[in-house]
Design a protein around this ligand. Structure first.
Ligand code: Q46
Ligand code: ZN
Ligand code: ZN
Length: 309
């Protein structure tokens, strides 16, 4: 099935099941970059200064490579940001891969460490607070990305969220009745709100799968780390992800259509105005009723616990 490239008829190197087509390497690259441009343009993106968050994994490395290639078409100016999480060998290897790509692309970048902002690395922070590692890591990364982007005058932060991630995030939110996670998160584009020191967000790969990001890296010789984060073991989201295997066998379009449906519903529902205010400690945006953002609460808690040790 679909053994030939739909464009040139050569032997297909990859099959995109949901579109029922095969591509040779050259035409896959065209397809991949077309999806990135289409995703942004259809959602009203008209350019700006974009900070690309690169972890070293295949998704964000493919994103940085593609956005750098498409920068003139998209009217963007980019800089890369890598956050060193301090997770042992995983972080060392990730940083190494990022530095390799940055050197090849010769673009502006900034590398920061969680420790510089939080006082401790992610594994240490996780020991201090009884929360799932990914929720601690996620909130720290979001705060750092926003701060770095804001202080360097970037309009948007682009992240490598792919179709597998986003569809599973929505699915889990439904299954666990966390509908607020659907209402609030994961838009293709969230506009910047400079008056609130809030940088916008871009998720250009929301309609591209892990498999496509991996193949894009491979055909372009983009380096990436192929290590699993040791703290992600047993992460609930990973277990939910396996549910797609059955759904995709039944209908190869299911994951794509599910995600498109949720995004369309999100656009249609009247979002209640959530009050966003500056955090009393750091000045960056928060919705917390006590006016202190989750990052500052975490930082304070760690400070106290370190003192009492
Ligand atoms: S780095 Fe951090 Fe991920 Fe590791 S602790 Fe979880 S969120 S899995 S992308
Ligand atoms: Zn072809
Ligand atoms: Zn704060």
């Amino acid at each position: 099935m679909y053994r030939k490239c739909v464009v040139c008829g050569k032997r297909a190197s990859i099959v995109i099941e949901r579109a029922r087509v095969g591509f040779c390497e050259e035409h896959f690259i065209e397809y991949y970059e077309r999806i990135i441009k289409r995703t942004l343009k259809r959602n009203g993106f008209s350019g700006g200064r974009v900070l690309v968050a690169v972890s070293g994994g295949k998704d964000s490395m493919a994103l940085l490579y593609a956005l750098n290639k498409l920068k003139d078409d998209l009217g963007i100016e980019i800089m890369a940001l890598h956050i060193d999480l301090g997770i042992d060998n995983y972080s060392i290897e990730s940083r190494r891969a990022v530095e390799k790509l940055l050197k090849e692309l010769d673009i502006k970048y900034i590398i920061v460490s969680v420790k510089d902002y939080l006082g401790v690395s992610i594994p240490e922070a996780v020991k201090f607070v009884r929360k799932p590692p990914c929720s601690v890591c996620g909130l720290v990364k979001r705060w750092i990305m926003n701060k770095v982007a804001y202080e360097n005058n970037y309009d948007y932060i682009a992240t490598g969220h792919n179709l597998d991630d986003v569809s599973t995030y929505f699915l889990k939110a439904m299954f666990t009745y966390r509908y607020e996670d659907i209402v609030r998160g994961n838009e293709v584009i969230s506009p910047p709100k400079p008056e609130l020191k809030m940088v916008g967000r871009l998720r250009p790969q929301i309609f591209l799968t892990e498999k496509e990001n991996l193949f894009y890296c491979e055909v372009n010789g983009v380096p990436y780390v192929d290590l699993e984060c040791p703290l992600s073991r047993g992460a609930l989201l990973k277990k939910y992800k396996t549910l797609w295997e059955t759904a995709l066998k039944l209908n190869p379009m299911s994951q794509y259509n599910f995600t498109r449906s949720i995004l369309s519903i999100k656009k249609k529902i009247q979002q209640e105005e959530i009050e966003i205010k500056p955090c009393k400690i750091c000045g960056f945006p928060t919705t917390a009723s006590d006016g202190v953002c989750s990052f500052c609460k975490l930082r304070e808690k760690i400070k106290i616990m370190k003192k009492n040790k």
